[in-house]
Ligand binder design. Sequence first.
Ligand SMILES: [Cu+2]
Length: 79
Amino acid sequence: MSHCCGHDPVRSDITLKVSGMSCAHCKKAVESSVGVLPGVFKVEAVVNQNKVNVSYDPSKVNLDDIKKAIEDAGYDVQD
Ligand SMILES: [Cu+2]
């Protein structure tokens, strides 16, 4: 790991377990509420696996914000 310039993008990839998603509408609802957060590069909800994959910059957004966005959309995040 190089620390020479500080311009390397920081990126974390996580998979959250989310219950309550049952159709394409749920997928869209989760993806759009997480996708608008600053620092989220990519979000993909996999409805039939109850999973949400998120790539984000931990210096701009934290996991709690992401979980809260999913919960605000009406779904439950399992810890
Ligand atoms: Cu649905």
